[in-house]
Design a protein around this ligand. Structure first.
Ligand code: ADP
Ligand code: MG
Length: 280
């Protein structure tokens, strides 16, 4: 059941229409909730509608606690324990993923869909070298032998701007900086040539001096790999620099969506206006 205010949808302009094509991901009326010990349900995502097109960079913006990460986790099938999709649909490349079993997700996550977290170290295993963490998925999902996977991993490390790829390949996570770790995760994310990269505030945990470098890298790779990116951020400046379209999230819902230029020129929702005002 659909409730509340309709999403404010901006028309297309020539710029965004040229850049973007068919629908890649269609999230409709998504509700995510956590069951409480007393039997009640706390909803943290409350009816999200979100459409990502092939090849576009789509910003998901909203203040802390608005439900951006929970929406991302639900799309990826990575909700923390206790969380579940209560209602709605997540259709990726024509396949319904909402409440899909692990097998259905295994066919898309890590191959067609990739993820970069806010805290890079949280997605690296301290017990294994960077090299083994990059080559294992290549061997598993792409069937590469050790030599081919090593060669590809070293090339990816060079591609993401790591100055001494062999040294980083041989290093353990604690031996590299947060910025290098995020580059490593970006290398891993693009290694399967995904159609969608979900980047959840990928620079928030990094030093200010390298935030722009990592964002530029993300944009370069988006073009090289011709993938769509869902870029989660609370910064409208990042949206202005990098995104084709943007969806504004507030209290578990998308309240406004459209081409970035349209939203900047003529925000329809007072909350969007307040986010833009805060930027100046
Ligand atoms: P954002 O990424 O926009 O900052 P989140 O998606 O992380 O927001 O959080 C949305 C809401 O979900 C918040 O109110 C948060 O407290 C709540 N939340 C996050 N994780 C859990 C959890 N494991 N159990 C219950 N509520 C949670
Ligand atoms: Mg978050």
């Amino acid at each position: 059941s659909r409730q509340g205010d309709p999403v404010l949808v901006h028309g297309e302009d020539a710029h965004s229409a040229r850049r973007t094509g068919e629908v890649l991901l269609d999230v409709s009326n998504l509700h995510v909730g956590y069951d409480q010990p007393d039997g009640s349900l706390v909803e943290v995502v409350r009816g999200v509608d979100l459409t990502i097109r092939r090849g576009e960079v789509h910003g998901l913006i909203g203040e802390s606690g608005s439900g951006k990460s929970q929406t991302s986790f639900a799309i990826l099938g990575l909700l923390p324990s206790g969380g579940r999709v209560v209602d709605g649909s997540v259709v990726f490349e024509g396949v319904q993923l909402a409440n899909a079993d692990a097998d259905a997700y295994a066919t898309v996550r890590g191959t067609r869909m990739a993820y970069i977290p806010q805290e890079p170290m949280s997605n690296l295993d301290p017990m294994f070298t960077i090299g083994s963490q990059l080559t294992e998925p290549l061997r598993k999902t792409q069937g590469m032998d050790k030599k081919a996977a090593t060669k590809k991993a070293l090339a990816l490390l060079a591609r993401v701007g790591i100055p001494d790829p062999q040294r980083t390949f041989d290093a353990y996570p604690h031996q590299i900086s947060g910025g290098m770790a995020q580059r490593v995760l970006i290398a891993g994310a693009v290694s399967s040539d995904p159609d969608l990269l979900i980047a959840d505030e990928p620079t928030t945990a990094l030093d200010v001096t390298i935030q722009a470098e990592v964002l530029d890298l993300t944009r370069d790779l988006q073009q090289d790999y011709d993938m769509a990116v869902l870029l989660v951020t609370h910064n409208f400046g990042v949206v202005a620099d990098l995104c084709d379209r943007v969806s504004v999230m507030r209290e578990g819902k998308i309240i406004e969506t459209g081409p970035v230029r349209g939203i900047f020129a003529d925000p329809q929702h007072a909350y969007t206006q307040s986010l833009l005002d805060a930027m100046l």
